[in-house]
Ligand binder design. Structure first.
Ligand SMILES: Nc1ncnc2c1ncn2[C@@H]1O[C@H](COP(=O)(O)OP(=O)(O)OP(=O)(O)O)[C@@H](O)[C@H]1O
Length: 498
C-alpha cells in the first residue's frame, strides 16, 4: 500500500537528535524526499547517492548542507583504491542526478590542491590522474586554473595522503531545495500534511499524506483535494441552479402580479364565481358599438337606473337590446361608484346567464371595456308593460282586458317565482320591484288601472290582487307571501274571474 509510516523505527538516527529525522530526510520509504532516504545506524547513518553509500557525518539544522564521507561498507564502485588510502574511491565520485552538489568551499580546497612534482611511474593510473588533478575526485567540482606562482607556493608532495584525510573529514555537500518535491511539500505542509512519495512508483511521484497525529482535515491530501474540487463544482452548480430558480420564481410572481394588476376587474370577479365555459359570450366594444348605431340617441329605446338601452342588430341579423351602463368619471369619489357598477354588472351576468325561463329576457353576452360596460339581451318588441298600461300604446289599441292583465301578472309572478326558487346560491336579489315600489309610493293606480271597469268578478279579482300586492310589501318579512304563494294566489284569482 502507498503510505508513509514513521512509527516503525523508533531508534535514533545520527546525526539527527530526534526521530523521525526532519524533512527532507526520512528513515522510511515513502516518507520525505526520495533522495534523502537514510539508513539509521550507529555511529553514522548512511545515505545512498548514485549507488555510492555515504555516512552522514554532520548536519546543521535549518541549513541545506550536509557532511558526507564514503561509507566503510563500500560497494564495488567505491572500494578503496589501495589499503594505504582507504578513503579514496577507485573512481571519480559523481553526485549528478541527485539534489546534492559539493559546496563551493569544498571544491575550491580541492582545486587549490596541487602536486609539487609529477607522480612517479609506480603509481596506478587512477592515482596518478588524481595526483595530477585532485579535482577529478569529485566530478561535480569545476576545475579552476591557478597562477603558476600560487601553484609553486602551495604545492604538496603527498597529494594522495592529503586527499585521503580530506575525504575522511567529509565532503561538504549542499542540496538544491527548488525541485518539485520541495515546492509541493511547502504547499502540503501549509495544509498540515506530511510530505512523502509513492515508493511503489518507479518515478516516485510526490504524495501529501494526512497527518495521523494532528487533527487536520483529510481533504488536504492530494486525493481528497480532487474530491474537494468536485464538491466545489457541485456546490457552484447547485448555487447557480438555486439562483436561476429563485430568479424565475421572482419573475413569474412579478409577471402574475403585473398581469393581475392589468387584468380587467370584471374578468377577475366573473372568473372567481364561474368557470369561463359557463359564462355568456364576450363581445368586443367595436362590435356592439357599430351594431347599436354608435349609441346614437335615435337608437335608444329606454333608460334605467343603471344605464341606457339601445336597439342593436348583430352581424347574424338578430335584434338585440344593448344596455350601456352609466360611465363614471375617473375621480376619487367615483371610484366607489365604479366598483359598485362593476359589481352590479357582474351580478347581472352571473344571474341571467344561469337563467332559462320563457318569461325572462335572455342575456346573450357582455362586453367589459374601459370605454363602457355593455350587456346584450334579447330584444323584446311591442313596447313595455308601462306603455301598454299607461303609455301611448293604450290609446292606439283597445284597453287591456282584466284577463290579459291577470295573464301578465301571472307571467310576471312565474318569472319572479322562478328567480327565487331556481337560484341555488340564495344571494341577495332585487325583486321585480316595479309594482312594489309603486304601491309603497301610494301610486296604486299605476298597478291597478282606475279605468278598468271594476264590476262583478273583475272587481273582486282587483281587490284580491291589490290585497296580495299590499301583503307583498308588508314591513314584516313573515307577513309577506313568498313568490310561490303569490303565483298560487294569482292563479286562484284568475280561475275565479273567468
Ligand atoms: N330586452 C329589452 N327589449 C326591449 N326593450 C328593453 C329591453 N330591456 C330594456 N328595455 C327598455 O329599456 C328600458 C330601461 O331598461 P332597464 O333594464 O335599463 O331599466 P329598468 O329595468 O326599467 O330599471 P332598472 O334600471 O331599475 O333595472 C326599459 O324600460 C325598456 O323600455
Amino acid at each position: 500500500a502507498v503510505s508513509c509510516s514513521t512509527k516503525a523505527n523508533p531508534s535514533l538516527c545520527p546525526p539527527f537528535s530526534s526521530f523521525p529525522p526532519p524533512y527532507p530526510f526520512s528513515a522510511s520509504p515513502g516518507c520525505g524526499h526520495p533522495s534523502f532516504l537514510i539508513n539509521c545506524s550507529s555511529p553514522h547513518s548512511t545515505l545512498s547517492v548514485n549507488h555510492l553509500t555515504f555516512s552522514l557525518l554532520h548536519f546543521e539544522p535549518n541549513s541545506s548542507s550536509l557532511t558526507l564521507t564514503l561509507s566503510d561498507s563500500h560497494s564495488s564502485p567505491s572500494s578503496p583504491s589501495s589499503s594505504r588510502f582507504p578513503s579514496i574511491p577507485s573512481r571519480s565520485i559523481s553526485l549528478s542526478g541527485s539534489p546534492f552538489r559539493p559546496s563551493n568551499a569544498f571544491c575550491s580546497r580541492l582545486n587549490n590542491l596541487s602536486p609539487c612534482s609529477h607522480p612517479n611511474a609506480t603509481c596506478r593510473r587512477w592515482e596518478c590522474d588524481l595526483v595530477d588533478s585532485p579535482a577529478l575526485l569529485l566530478r561535480d567540482c569545476i576545475p579552476a586554473r591557478r597562477p603558476a606562482s600560487d601553484q609553486a607556493q602551495r604545492c604538496r608532495e603527498d597529494v594522495l595522503e592529503y586527499l585521503n584525510k580530506f575525504l575522511e573529514m567529509g565532503i561538504e555537500v549542499e542540496w538544491d531545495s527548488s525541485d518539485s518535491y520541495f515546492t509541493s511539500c511547502r504547499t502540503c505542509r501549509l495544509n498540515n500534511g506530511v510530505c512523502g512519495y509513492n515508493s511503489l512508483d518507479p518515478k516516485k511521484q510526490f504524495l501529501c499524506f494526512h497527518s495521523q497525529s494532528q487533527i487536520s482535515p483529510s481533504w488536504l491530501s492530494r486525493h481528497t483535494h480532487t474530491q474537494l474540487k468536485m464538491l466545489g463544482s457541485i456546490l457552484t452548480v447547485a448555487c447557480f441552479l438555486l439562483l436561476v430558480s429563485v430568479s424565475v420564481a421572482i419573475l413569474r410572481w412579478r409577471f402574475i402580479t403585473s398581469s393581475h394588476a392589468d387584468e380587467d376587474p370584471t374578468s377577475i370577479i366573473l372568473r372567481r364565481h364561474r368557470s369561463l365555459s359557463l359564462l355568456p359570450p364576450v363581445f368586443t366594444y367595436e362590435e356592439l358599438e357599430s351594431s347599436a348605431g354608435y349609441f346614437n340617441p335615435s337608437c335608444k329605446i329606454g333608460d334605467g337606473g343603471f344605464g341606457s338601452v339601445y336597439l342593436g342588430r348583430l352581424p347574424d341579423g338578430r335584434s338585440v337590446a344593448v344596455k350601456r351602463l352609466h360611465r363614471h368619471l375617473p375621480t376619487a369619489a367615483s371610484a366607489v361608484a365604479r366598483a359598485l357598477s362593476t359589481k352590479s354588472f357582474c351580478n347581472e351576468i352571473l344571474i341571467l346567464s344561469s337563467m332559462n325561463h320563457p318569461n325572462l329576457v335572455k342575456l346573450h353576452g357582455y362586453c367589459s371595456d374601459p370605454r363602457g360596460l355593455l350587456l346584450v339581451y334579447d330584444y323584446v318588441p311591442n313596447g313595455t308593460l308601462a306603455d301598454h298600461l299607461h303609455g301611448c300604446l293604450r290609446h292606439r289599441r283597445a284597453p287591456l282586458t282584466w284577463q290579459v292583465r291577470l295573464d301578465m301578472a301571472v307571467q310576471i309572478g312565474l318569472a319572479v317565482e322562478y328567480l327565487h326558487h331556481s337560484r341555488r346560491d340564495k344571494r341577495e336579489f332585487a325583486l321585480a320591484d316595479f309594482a312594489v315600489s309603486r304601491i309603497q309610493m301610494g301610486m296604486l293606480h299605476q298597478v291597478v288601472d282606475p279605468k278598468i271597469a271594476l264590476d262583478g268578478m273583475v272587481k273582486e279579482g282587483v281587490h284580491a290582487v291589490a290585497e296580495l300586492a299590499f301583503r307583498c310589501v308588508a314591513a314584516d318579512k313573515d307577513d309577506r307571501p313568498d313568490s310561490r304563494e303569490v303565483v298560487e294566489e294569482l292563479m286562484r284569482i284568475k280561475s275565479k274571474s273567468h
